[in-house]
Design a protein around this ligand. Structure first.
Ligand code: COA
Length: 186
């Protein structure tokens, strides 16, 4: 993961973030259907918030604790973002896609390719709010399984704490096949 610059899937390209992504990130995250299902995006979500987040992500890169990729749909541009962030001894996976691109298998395709790399970092976990079953479905399809734990997590987008179901990335045998992947390394 540390050396992976790009990951190509059948329909998508995962690449490093650019400052010029701020406008589309803000456009998609300034949507309660996205922001309310994330922990760290306030609503409204302004382009300046996206710019600040990209700047901080770039500034933290030398720490080697955050691996964040934009998801491009060729001919369209950025449609989502995926990341793995160090939390204690392991990594936490988070992701979102813009509403116009939901229910077309894009999250499953991108997340499957991403976690097959990010899983090599060590223990990889994720969580979804109890009222967001679509995310649980995607996580299960790419190889996460419920741990049985539910933790309360504050959502900036909701302004309140919400129960969050915890999941852990499982052994290779349980993963969906992620065909047509190509990695570009340093
Ligand atoms: C969750 C999210 C990433 C899914 O993206 P997507 O591109 O639509 O996902 P996919 O098309 O790959 O798969 C969606 C799956 O969820 C299922 N699904 C959709 N709505 C659902 C619902 N209300 N209940 C249960 N399953 C649902 C779909 O049927 C599909 O599963 P299937 O292939 O078995 O039929 C997207 O909705 C999103 O970005 N939401 C806002 C942010 C977010 O929730 N991020 C995750 C935080 S944990």
């Amino acid at each position: 993961m540390r050396d992976v610059i790009e990951i190509e899937t059948k329909r998508l390209k995962l690449r490093r973030l650019r400052m010029s992504d701020a406008q589309r990130i803000a456009q998609f995250c300034d949507d309660p259907g996205v922001g309310r299902n994330l922990a760290a995006t306030p609503l409204p979500y302004l382009p300046s918030a996206a710019e600040g987040w990209i700047m901080i992500t770039h500034a933290r890169a030398p720490l080697g604790r955050d691996f964040v990729y934009a998801v491009d749909l060729p001919g369209e541009g950025l449609i989502g973002v995926l990341g793995a962030h160090q939390r204690g001894d392991g990594f936490e996976f988070g992701y979102w896609f813009g509403r116009p691109f939901w229910n077309q298998g894009f999250a499953t395709e991108a997340a499957g390719a991403f976690v097959s790399e990010a899983g090599k970092l060590g223990d990889l976990q994720a969580g979804h709010f109890v009222d967001n079953p679509a995310s649980g479905r995607v996580l299960a399809k790419v190889g996460f399984a419920y741990t049985g734990e539910t933790k309360t997590m504050f959502s900036l987008g909701r302004g309140e704490s919400v129960a969050c179901k915890r999941m852990r990335y499982g052994p290779a045998a349980t993963r969906s096949p992620s065909a047509h992947e190509a990695l570009v390394m340093h």
